[in-house]
Write a protein that binds this ligand. Structure first.
Ligand code: NAD
Ligand code: AHE
Ligand code: ZN
Length: 376
């Protein structure tokens, strides 16, 4: 198949707010510096639903979503040296070229190499590798894992051990790495710290997992859905607070400050709601508390708080992909899963075939679903 277009099935989002439709598409061979991958499994992340909703300022249609996948390299383009056909890989929406200003800074996992074209749904040469009945279809977040085959940049591929089950470790392509890394890499939670996590989906529960492993002794999970309590406790929450069930007139931040003797060492927003982001910042301890924004807010939304909150020592930060450099660090996180140090299986509540991908989106909106996996 190398060097030739591949005909396969993919879920296409023709327009915002409409269900995905399963179509037959053509996937062009990888150009120089690109890799074509047979996707084995993919998770569905809240961000896929967010962009489908039309709220993403970078959203373009028609597009093939999906950015939490695992697969096997089918063929590589000219000049590709770091992977070859048969390698097991996880596509990365945060590339790692190791050459750009960002990669060389030692200060961030963000990479500048392909981000601009990626944000426009295109490969670096400004074109797409996907067509459906001759019509070009956009890429998504440099991954497009809702397709049996996809093409991504070499710098956007993490090679992992063939021993790892791709239908599990695909979740390291986004949700689990994002939350776990935000706790362990961005916040650098230490033994004895107190933590509050707002939003207990796949990302928030992964923050809980990271915080527990780092030795946090107070881990408060906050959600509006009471069904989240059980798994939150299993993952390591020492307390669950339903922010919809507070006494009249009491804010969640006032409640948390009261029950933690002045506030938390670290808080995390995993909801994408700007009012929750404010509450998370204001629930931090005076003088040193840090709040990490992970959630993605709709285009046009802005955060607010009194500057006094920062003057008095609280810190507002953000985290993308958990601060993790994908090509360098994902192989180790996969190994951590195989060694029992990182939980993944517990997050997988639903499995579907590609034909039922819209059911995976529906499931996400009900409280029993943490992560749905699409198995090809
Ligand atoms: P999810 O939908 O599975 O979970 C969100 C949770 O937040 C749900 O349990 C929901 O009940 C809860 N919630 C909603 N409103 C709330 C409120 N007002 N107070 C408390 N809890 C509330 O989503 P997910 O896949 O875990 O993703 C979480 C967020 O993180 C999304 O915004 C997603 O786009 C974003 N995200 C960011 C990154 C990154 O790198 N920064 C990576 C992955 C996901
Ligand atoms: N296009 C969006 C950007 C949304 C966003 O912040 N994305 C996160 C990853 S979400 C994964 O589920 C991220 O890593 N951002 C860093 C980056 O380079 O995009 C918007 O709102 O415009
Ligand atoms: Zn995601």
């Amino acid at each position: 198949t190398a060097g030739k277009p591949i005909t396969c099935r993919a879920a296409i989002a023709w327009e915002a707010g409409k269900p995905l439709s399963i179509e037959t598409i053509e996937v062009a061979p990888p150009k120089a510096g690109e890799v074509r991958i047979k996707i084995v499994a993919t998770g569905v992340c809240h961000t896929d639903a967010y962009t489908l909703s039309g709220a993403d300022s970078e959203g373009v249609f028609p597009v093939i979503f999906g950015h939490e996948g695992g697969g096997i390299v089918e063929s590589v383009g000219e000049g590709v040296t770091s992977v070859q056909a048969g390698d097991h890989v996880i596509p990365l929406y945060t590339a790692e070229c190791r050459e750009c200003k960002f990669c060389k800074s030692g200060k961030t996992n963000l990479c500048g190499k392909v981000r601009e074209t990626q944000g426009r749904g295109l490969m670096p040469d400004g074109t797409s590798r996907f067509t459906c009945n001759g019509k070009p279809i956009f890429h998504y977040m440099g991954c497009s894992t809702f397709s049996e085959y996809t093409v991504v940049c070499e710098v956007s591929v993490a090679k992992i051990t063939q021993e790892a089950p791709l239908e599990k470790v695909c979740l390291l392509g986004c949700g689990i790495t994002t939350g776990y890394g935000a706790a362990t890499r961005t916040a650098k939670v230490q033994k004895g710290d107190s933590v509050a996590v707002f939003g207990l989906g796949g990302v928030g529960l992964s923050v809980v997992q990271g915080a527990k492993q780092a030795g946090a002794t107070t881990i408060i999970g906050v959600d509006v859905n009471p069904k989240k309590e059980k798994l939150a406790k299993e993952m390591g929450c020492t307390l669950f607070v339903n922010s919809k069930e507070l006494p009249a007139g009491k804010t969640i931040q006032a409640h948390l400050v009261e029950i933690t003797d002045g506030g938390l060492d670290y808080t995390f927003d995993c909801t994408g709601n700007v009012h929750v982001m404010r509450a998370a910042l204001e629930a931090c301890h005076k003088g040193w508390g840090e709040s990490i924004i992970i959630g993605v807010a709709a285009a046009g939304q802005e955060i607010a708080t009194r500057p006094f909150q920062l003057v008095t020592g609280r810190v507002w930060r953000g985290s993308a992909f958990g601060g993790v450099k994908g090509r360098t660090e994902l192989p180790g996180l996969v190994q951590d899963y195989l060694n029992g140090k990182i939980k993944i299986d517990e997050f997988i509540t639903h499995n579907f075939g590609l034909d039922d991908i819209n059911k995976a989106f529906d499931a996400m909106h009900d409280g029993d679903c943490i992560r749905a996996i699409i198995n090809y």
